[in-house]
Write a protein that binds this ligand. Structure first.
Ligand code: ADP
Ligand code: MG
Length: 341
């Protein structure tokens, strides 16, 4: 075998390899863009999807915007405004921090980033195929347009499923993020003609309106509200009663410090609370929010940040099981159900 010499990968190729981890499908792009909008303090996020995300994924927000001098940097690898030092890695309070999403997405699509900060006279934009930053008309905030996803990676494109499946993934992603922040308004045009509107809600008594839109009226009608605190760990949310199990995991939403999380320990804790009432193969329904001090949970486990590592997993497991169990076994009248207010 001929021994090959070592060379550094060209930047574009390195970005495409990183994109393999972050950008699995159109829904992954949508997740990263919405998370960036939330991190930018947006109160309204507008989404347009064409061709189930293969043709276009466009996300506009009214957040802080990006300084024109930073626009090109936002598309380069490991560039972020969210952390500065390794100490901050143990106290991450933003959804993003790796500085990987935009360069990864830009390396596998035709991406345009347009933004205006309130103190700028006009907006500025940069594209993945044009190096220069150009002026453009844009209201305060940011718009990211991702066109022709995977146009330069035919193999990846072939892995995409039917439009229907990709649209389902897009909807799931939107639902999760919409349930993570009631105070942010969303509008989304996912398929032709239909626009989903979720107005911002600041009054907790009205949260059930958004939950009903996303999880269905039936869930809201029977769901039990729970709220428990142990030291600095706080859990609240809604769980379906013993009879409300489902065939799918489609109404399982768990958030840790505002981040969508899929975690085996949490799944197990909730299943345990239902015990035998949850037949094999059936799934519980829940929308739960856990908040705990930032240094008690490590979110830097996987590029998509769907997984976490708890500093005290057993404590969290116990707290969740107990809280859900109590909510389920209390007699109906003893339950303060926010959904009934
Ligand atoms: P990360 O979110 O991990 O910092 P990204 O690649 O997703 O990395 O984004 C890079 C940077 O671009 C962010 O740190 C942020 O400063 C800026 N940015 C991206 N999207 C937006 C947005 N919608 N509004 C304001 N700034 C944004
Ligand atoms: Mg990001």
């Amino acid at each position: 075998m001929i021994s090959q010499r070592i060379h550094a990968l060209p930047l574009h190729l390195a970005n495409q390899i990183a994109a393999g981890e972050v950008v699995e499908r159109p829904a992954s792009v949508l997740k990263e863009l919405i998370e960036n909008s939330i991190d930018a303090g947006a109160t309204q996020i507008d989404i347009t999807i064409e061709g189930a995300g293969n043709q276009l994924i466009k996300v506009s927000d009214n957040g802080n915007g990006i300084h024109p001098d930073d626009l090109a940097l936002a598309l380069s690898r490991h560039a972020t405004s969210k952390i500065h030092s390794s100490e901050q890695l143990s106290h991450i309070d933003s959804l993003g921090f790796r500085g990987e999403a935009l360069p990864s997405i830009a390396s596998v699509s035709r991406l345009t980033l347009a933004s205006k900060q309130p103190d700028q006279d006009c907006g500025w934009q940069v594209s993945s195929d044009v190096e220069t930053v150009e002026p453009t008309a844009h209201p305060d905030g940011t718009t990211v347009s991702v066109a022709e996803l995977f146009f330069n990676l035919p193999a990846r494109r072939r892995f995409l499923r039917s439009d229907k499946t990709e649209l389902n993934h897009l909807t799931t992603t939107l639902n999760r993020l919409a349930l993570s922040r009631f105070d942010v308004g969303f509008s989304a045009q996912l398929a032709d003609q239909t626009t989903l509107k979720l107005p911002a809600i600041t009054d907790p008594k009205l949260f059930y309106q958004r939950i009903a839109r996303i999880c269905g009226q039936a869930f809201v009608r029977q769901a039990r509200y729970l709220e428990q605190q142990f030291e600095a760990i706080h859990l609240h949310g809604w769980v379906g009663n013993f009879a409300a199990h489902r065939a799918q995991t489609d109404v399982q939403y768990f958030f840790i410090n505002g981040r969508v999380i899929k975690d085996r320990i949490i799944n197990h804790a909730i299943r345990q609370a239902y015990g035998d009432a949850l037949p094999a193969g059936r799934q519980a329904a829940y929308v739960l929010y856990l908040t705990l001090p930032l240094d008690r949970v490590d979110v830097n486990v996987h590029p998509t940040k769907h997984e976490v590592r708890f500093r005290d997993a057993r404590l969290v497991h116990g707290l969740i099981t107990r809280a859900v169990q109590e909510a389920l076994t209390q007699d109906e009248h003893g339950v303060v159900s926010q959904s009934e207010l």
